[in-house]
Design a protein around this ligand. Sequence first.
Ligand SMILES: [Zn+2]
Length: 181
Amino acid sequence: MKFVFPGDKIGYAEEFVGGEGVYEENGELYAAVAGRLKIEDRVVSIESVKKIPEINKGDIVLGRVVDVRNSIALVELSRKSGNDRELRHTGIAALHISNVQDGYLKDFDSAIKYMDIIKARVIDADLLKLSTKGRDMGVVKAICTNCKTELEVKGDKLKCPKCGNVESRKISSDYGKGKWE
Ligand SMILES: [Zn+2]
């Protein structure tokens, strides 16, 4: 039995049908969640295994975006919000593009970027799925893609105080209000 993590390539769309916990990108199948790989009648799916005992559905967590694909962003969890203690077992959680905000989002580019720190709600603790819907959810810290300076809120955008670069994000109402490292 093979264990897979979000973002792991698990096969090709022409040999398997993607089931639960699997997504397709350019004809290739990837794990969207962490768990055990299951193949049955050419349907490949992922069976959940609870990876982080201290994470429960509804928890608010903080994490860093470590990879952004077409339809999911992978987030390395660092700790629960309002809790100074770090998570003992860090894990990679998945934020699907449909769970970023209310309403349609065409691509991640205008909402979530690599290296952003986000505040999110756990919507599935076994599969480590996140949502950033809601006013106080979303990006709480981001750096300029141009010069790596920490961005500041300017209206409904983020602006770089150093080079003037303006960027879009799904900004949390908590942006810049705490220490998020
Ligand atoms: Zn800049």
